[in-house]
Ligand binder design. Sequence first.
Ligand code: BEZ
Ligand code: FE
Length: 290
Amino acid sequence: MTDQDRIFESLISEKAVNSFNDAPNARYKQIMQSLVRHLHAFVSDVELTEQEWFEGIGFLTDTGHKCDGLVRQEFILLSDTLGVSMLVDAINHRHSANATETTVFGPFYIEGMPEREFGENMAFTPGEPALVRGRVVDTRGNPLGGAVLDVWQTAENGMYSGQDSAQPFGNLRGRYRTNADGYFAIRTIVPVCYPIPTDGPVGRMLEAANRHPWRPAHLHFMIEVPGYRKLVTHLFNRDDPYLESDAVFGVKQSLQVIYEDRLSHDDVSEQLDIQVPFKRACYEFVMEAV
Ligand code: BEZ
Ligand code: FE
């Protein structure tokens, strides 16, 4: 490359960045100019060929075509598998005292799932019976009564209801509420690890990179209490083989729980008349005031 080539190429980048100079919205201008600067730096860095540029455009086009606006959101999946979702999460939840850590929301949440009683069973498909119980508290340890815990997980076949038409409505989903002392109890099955969808461009990307598509077993939570920051997180099974290689980089040490074997009743399992033996996981969620 001659000096003249170098000057010409950097002039193209400068012109593209400057084309956003007059954007009336300052934040929009900042985002677009930084995006263009980084995109140009990337293209220059790898010296993208015309064929590679064309393949990139094809990949993004396929990603858009794969989205159905309902249960399949391939762009979110792309963001997740590139680690972008977790970076956005980290930037927006910088260390807040001792509040529970957050993780990726994922594309399989469904709004308006059934409200469930304390200890109600949300599993209508087979699995290893489990009781997930604990408390929701503020950062000083005071119990938060009336907190709403929206929870979801896959069935044993690794699919979420909504994704799999064979599962009954509301299977492994529900909205639980803490009692006046901040306690909650969820009857379910032990979560299993599962692969993210690979029948689209993201799957092709993983394959080309020799990456596996597995997520370690987890239970999703979205917890809301008026006056507190909404908490979006998971509880991961501590013995899962994929904890170190989650396809979407979502694992945090503080979010791991053990599903212990209970050979006898505890106060809650007795009250709920749960059959012994069962698996039990306990967790205390700490909410940060807004
Ligand atoms: C999930 O845990 O549901 C999920 C998160 C990111 C990508 C795919 C699935
Ligand atoms: Fe999930």
